[in-house]
Design a protein around this ligand. Structure first.
Ligand code: NI
Length: 133
């Protein structure tokens, strides 16, 4: 893609925030940080649409809670049309990490992630999505 240049005028405090972001996230320069922010914003806007996105649902849960593993497994069977693969990692004697790779419309993936979140005993559940174009 050809690169176009444009000038940006920013208030001093906003520019300081941008430079902090560059430093914190190890961006090579301000342009890269601005690119990242624009793309992030576009992806977030796509979350409520039917655009095709890919991502992962990351779940941490206590496997000693009765039936929880079964429920998580059941959801994965029920929504196999959105799920590409799953990985289960036994973190320690109690905790399990489940990484579920997903692809589908953003709104459907969000609903699916919320179903995992709603299961009793889930410690953490997060959906990460990325646009595919
Ligand atoms: Ni486990």
């Amino acid at each position: 893609m050809p690169i176009k240049r444009f000038g940006v005028s920013l208030e001093k405090d906003l520019l300081e925030e941008l430079d902090k972001l560059v430093k914190r996230e190890l961006f090579p320069n301000r342009s890269q940080a601005i690119r990242f922010l624009i793309r992030k914003n576009i992806v977030q806007e796509q979350w409520d649409t039917d655009r095709l996105v890919a991502g992962a649902i990351v779940i941490v849960y206590d496997h000693s809670i009765q039936e929880l593993h079964k429920r998580i497994n059941g959801l994965q069977h029920e929504y196999n049309c959105l799920i590409l693969s799953g990985q289960h990692i036994h973190l320690d004697e109690r905790n399990c990490l489940e990484v579920v790779a997903v692809r589908g419309s953003a709104s459907k993936l969000k609903k699916l992630a919320n179903k995992f979140k709603a299961l009793k005993g889930i410690r953490h559940s997060e959906l990460v999505m990325s646009g595919m174009d």
